[in-house]
Design a protein around this ligand. Structure first.
Ligand code: NHF
Length: 448
């Protein structure tokens, strides 16, 4: 099949998990013998070779759009440059809306120029920023369209932006939910885990009959224990060395890695859990590596916890290279993922590939990928706890700390197998192909 993908992120341009997911889907589809073209904004990066320029009408003036193209692992990536298309990936809200509109208009001009050589069988758009591109391409080229929600944004935007895009017919009200509109326009809608689909059924239920889930995957060739610097050393020795490098003595090591935000990633729940644990005798043997940054209030709280418990806690606010993160996963005992919600989550699978046992909230993709020790001890791959519950998390961490080596080894082995077999990008791509062909099972039978 010829697949045209629309996305604001494509590697190496990465802000969150979106870039990894879209790039892996593109490359996975190529590996299965499909032709994949990506349209993405230039974001001021100038990657690839200059191809041509054209003008589009935007906000009552003419804007010159420059097209660049690169081949990346078999995928043809076209970038669109000019005016607001060259800001940061996600600039301030108003500029972002204007950027999404201009991306839509420029995408029409670009497909118009290349359609003789590449007429897509399907357009696959990712997240709400592509709503105008999706609407316009669907309108002018009448191609089957699939829209994937990687994370619901739940914003409303003024109808004006649809009028400016020549999509007034999609804006009957003054305030429009762009995700709802994208799902309405698309012939099929997907999201990245089954539990997220169910948790957000209040939204997705509006598209009952054309919505389903397609799980993301994980690239275990990179997240691989054999590639660790000290892969020959026993795990406890790697842990001891890593903790020492942070100025900590040895102990059971728990790691958090992620954005410090108040709505999703739950570092606040972890900090509260550490405070609760501090009065427990088990605390003396527990070490916490907290990696990430973001909300200044949360960073200050994390620093305060570190200052209060200097023997137990280290906060690392540097952006770490992927290779360093791999070393950490390959050395710590547990990775804590206390998200309030998680469409899919990648951290748990990265950890599972590298033998760090996940302790995670029982939500979204975390719930779908992790088999809980209490629910199914034989097949377990980690421990699930209720979200936003610091007491439950503290209790689970004590339970985890007390686990014997045999149980831990079983958890690690189950987790490795599950990540490698069940959550491959190849599986994801095969299922997307069914969605493209309208041959996939619909959501409802899945949910029952
Ligand atoms: O893995 C890629 C990512 C997900 O849970 C993640 C999220 C955004 O929040 O699909 O998108």
């Amino acid at each position: 099949m010829r697949v045209l993908m629309l996305s604001f992120e494509y590697l190496p341009v990465k802000v969150g998990g979106l870039a990894e997911a879209v790039t892996s889907i593109g490359e996975g589809l190529v590996e299965l013998g499909n032709e994949v073209v990506v349209f993405t904004p230039n974001h001021g990066r100038n990657l690839g070779e200059y191809l041509f320029s054209f003008a589009v009408a935007f906000e009552g003036r003419k804007v010159s759009i420059t097209v660049r193209k690169r081949e990346q692992n078999g995928v043809a990536v076209y970038t669109l440059s000019g005016d607001v298309l060259d800001t940061d990936v996600y600039p301030d809200w108003e500029t972002l809306l204007r950027k999404a509109v201009l991306f839509g208009k420029a995408s029409v001009g670009l497909l118009n120029s290349i359609v003789g050589a590449f007429k897509p069988d399907v357009i696959h758009a990712h997240d709400w920023h592509t709503v105008f591109a999706l609407g316009l391409l669907k309108k002018y080229f009448q191609v089957r369209a699939v829209f994937t929600v990687h994370r619901l944004n739940k914003a409303k935007i003024p109808a004006y932006y649809f009028h400016e895009s020549n999509l007034g017919e999609l804006a009957p009200y003054p305030d429009i939910d762009p995700e709802h509109t994208a799902c309405y326009v698309a012939d099929a809608v997907t999201t990245v885990s089954r539990s997220y689909l169910w948790e957000e059924w209040g939204f997705f239920g509006n598209f009952d009959g054309k919505v389903t889930h397609v799980f993301n995957g994980i690239d275990c060739s990179f997240w691989n224990e054999e590639l660790l610097e000290n892969s020959n050393l026993p795990r406890e020795e790697r842990r001891r060395r890593i903790l020492e490098s942070f100025g900590l003595s040895d102990g059971k090591a728990f790691m958090f890695i992620g954005r410090f935000d108040r709505s999703q990633k739950g570092v606040d729940t972890l900090l509260r859990a550490i405070e609760i644990l501090s009065s427990n005798p088990a605390f003396g043997d527990m070490r916490f590596l907290i990696v990430g940054k973001g909300d200044p209030g949360l960073e200050a709280w994390a620093r305060a916890v570190e200052n209060r418990f200097p023997e137990n806690v280290r906060v690392i606010t540097d952006v770490l290279p992927r290779e360093t993160v791999r070393e950490l996963y390959g050395s710590v005992d547990f990775v804590v993922i206390p998200s309030s919600f998680e469409p899919f989550g990648l951290v748990q699978l990265e950890a599972m590939c590298l033998g760090a046992v996940p302790i995670a909230s029982s939500v979204g993709g975390l719930k779908d990928t992790i088999i809980d020790l209490n629910a199914d001890p034989e097949n377990a791959t980690g421990i699930l706890v209720p979200p936003r519950d610091a007491f439950a998390l503290a209790k689970a961490m004590i339970l985890a700390k007390e686990l014997d080596e045999k149980t831990l080894e079983r958890l690690r082995e189950n987790a490795r197998m599950r990540a490698r077999k069940d959550f491959t990008w190849e599986n994801a791509c095969r299922r997307y192909l069914f969605v493209y062909e309208n041959a996939v099972d619909k959501a409802v039978p899945f949910l029952r």
